[in-house]
Design a protein around this ligand. Structure first.
Ligand code: HEM
Ligand code: HEM
Length: 186
């Protein structure tokens, strides 16, 4: 693990990918069973016995995912943000997660049916798009981290000495040194 903590340990990665894989699979399976695949035709409207089980697995994975997301804040997100690394796709990740959490919450507590239907659709669309966003975020993050590393290595191994530091002496010193310089050059 890199000391700055932006790169995740194997255990951290396993927890993150595991929680999101279960969320994605259970959400997708529930959606197909409940509504059918739009291209192939709608669902039959009846609830299959496995649907409540899928939602309870989904709810448990959502809690695990919240823990994992929280664990990213103190190092991964904080340090990458401060170092201005991969902010664009990182910001998209944060926005998507926030919307998934808010719409997931609304699925439980939204008062009217219209709001619940809207939350359900938005939640599904964001959830189905999330793996693609995650892959993009990781590839972009690794690409930029590699570029930064290569740039700092190039600077360190450069055969040219660093440019001399320019020291601006106060005018008082440069004028008082002039007679001395004239005497030496005579
Ligand atoms: C929902 C929030 C986020 C999740 C789930 C997430 C997840 C990940 C994962 C799984 C990786 C690959 C880790 C590895 O290769 O060890 C990664 C890489 C990275 N992420 Fe995030 N991230 C999130 C937010 C952010 C934010 C907000 C930023 C920036 C401000 C960011 C910056 C980076 C960078 C720079 C890398 C490349 C690390 C490297 O290979 O050195 N991430 N992210
Ligand atoms: C990663 C991709 C995800 C997909 C594909 C997905 C998909 C779904 C689907 C299809 C439902 C059922 C919608 C309905 O009842 O109308 C659902 C429910 C729910 N989702 Fe997700 N979701 C994902 C991620 C998340 C995340 C990150 C959270 C929160 C951290 C979350 C929290 C919830 C909650 C609380 C419910 C309500 C469960 C219930 O009614 O018992 N989901 N999700």
């Amino acid at each position: 693990m890199r000391p700055n903590g932006i790169k995740l340990s194997r255990l951290h990665q396993a927890a993150l990918y595991g929680a999101f894989a279960v969320l994605f699979a259970s959400g997708l399976a529930w959606s197909i069973l409940h509504d059918g695949v739009p291209v192939l035709g709608g669902g039959d409207g009846g609830e299959s016995a496995i649907e409540p089980l899928l939602l309870s697995i989904h709810g448990a994975a959502a809690m695990a995912a919240l823990l994992v997301l929280g664990s990213l804040l103190p190092q991964h997100i904080k340090w990458a943000w401060k170092g201005r690394m991969n902010r664009s796709t990182g910001g998209l990740m944060l926005t998507t997660q926030a919307l998934l959490v808010v719409t997931g919450y609304a699925l439980y507590y939204a008062g009217d049916d219209g709001m619940r239907a809207l939350a359900s659709r938005l939640h599904l669309v964001l959830g189905l798009g999330f793996p693609a966003l995650l892959v993009w975020h990781i590839r972009e993050g690794r690409r930029r981290a590699a570029l930064q590393k290569a740039a700092s290595r190039a600077g360190r191994d450069s055969p040219f000495p660093p440019p001399p530091l320019r020291v601006d002496l106060p005018q008082r010193l440069t004028t008082s040194a002039a007679p001395l310089r004239d005497r030496c050059s005579r």
